[in-house]
Design a protein around this ligand. Structure first.
Ligand code: FAD
Length: 290
């Protein structure tokens, strides 16, 4: 299928993009890498009157360290996350995760801003920014807003972004001493959207978690920061405690059934991922066997 007719405007600056969005309201759509938007338009799931192309805005590109925050511009492409030394050093979780996003052709054009704004509950990067306790920076005609990642995702393809706002950057706290990461997903084939996945950040000292953030994806209508992680913090993790946390996790999840998996299968896989994650982060393989 082909997209319905639409007008096209190439923004010359962020200010110009915001003017265009303010002028057209919810009849406009922002175009970044086009890797989700164009398929949706071709399938006539979306029919905006006008596309506001921000792809040429250099001010939205780049990865910089400012004090203890890593600032990732909205137009940073998936492939840039894979190659960036700053990401490898300070937020390795993003690099580990993005290797699972689609295929090279899509990673060469798709952007972090587009992925977060699109808010597919099976996407890797939304769960990563939740696990990393990142802040999403958005700009609109009323000024700039900074939104905690946990507050940004509101439902399937729904975010806190208003129609006249642009996602301009993501701020990630740099990994402190003792920080470790875990990323794993189950997908039918490499590059497919995940059936269930887990992105985690932890601080481990003397064999215990002093911090643990578990961002599950494809287990509900948005990425889930698991409350069950709290059971494992500042505690000696025994198989019994881990089983208790896994049961608590299963109660927290609200997975959908679709052609990929039943809800029960997704719950089971999330519990398996939890065990594997804890075993890997604590370097105690026996915990992953349960
Ligand atoms: P676009 O397609 O340009 O935009 C997506 C949406 O976000 C649109 O609604 C657009 O208006 C809005 N938007 C974009 N940028 C901004 C901004 N800065 N501010 C406000 N709104 C904005 N993704 C995964 O996560 N995991 C996968 O496994 C995966 N597999 C894929 C497989 C295929 C075959 C394809 C075609 C895509 C797949 N994707 C997957 C999606 C891909 O990662 C997209 O690149 C990404 O979701 C969107 O980024 P984009 O820059 O292309 O955004």
């Amino acid at each position: 299928m082909k997209a319905a007719a639409f007008a096209y405007a190439r923004a010359t600056s962020v200010v110009n993009a915001l003017e265009l969005l303010a002028m057209h309201g919810d009849k406009a759509k922002v175009l970044s890498g086009g890797q989700s938007l164009m398929p949706a338009m071709n399938l006539r799931l979306l029919s905006p009157d006008i596309l506001v192309d921000i792809g040429g805005l250099a001010e939205l590109r780049g990865i910089t360290v400012r004090g203890d925050v890593l600032v990732v511009g909205a137009l940073t492409r998936h492939v840039d996350l894979l190659r960036s030394p700053e990401i490898a050093l300070h937020a390795r979780l993003l690099r580990d995760a993005v290797a699972h996003v689609a295929h090279p052709a899509i990673r060469n054009r798709g952007t972090i801003g587009g992925s977060l704004a699109h808010a597919d509950p099976a996407s890797e990067l939304p769960a990563c920014v939740v696990a990393l306790d990142a802040t999403i920076v958005v700009r609109g005609s009323a000024g700039e807003r900074r939104i905690a990642a946990t507050e940004f995702f509101r439902g399937i393809y729904e975010t806190a972004l208003l129609p006249d706002e642009l996602l301009v950057a993501v701020e990630v706290p740099v990994a402190g001493q003792g920080s470790t990461f875990f990323f794993q997903e189950y997908a039918r084939r490499h590059g497919d959207y995940a059936v269930v996945g887990l992105a985690a950040r932890a601080v481990v000292a003397a064999g215990r978690f002093s911090a643990l953030r578990l961002g599950f994806f494809a287990v509900g209508d948005r990425p889930l920061l698991a409350v069950a992680a709290g059971k494992l913090i500042n505690a000696t993790v025994t198989p019994a405690l881990l089983a208790e946390a896994a049961t608590a996790l299963a109660d927290e999840l609200d997975p959908q059934e679709d052609q990929q998996a039943t809800a029960a299968m997704r719950r089971h896989l999330a519990m398996v991922l939890l065990r594997r994650c804890v075993a890997a982060l604590l370097a105690r393989p026996e915990l992953g066997m349960g």
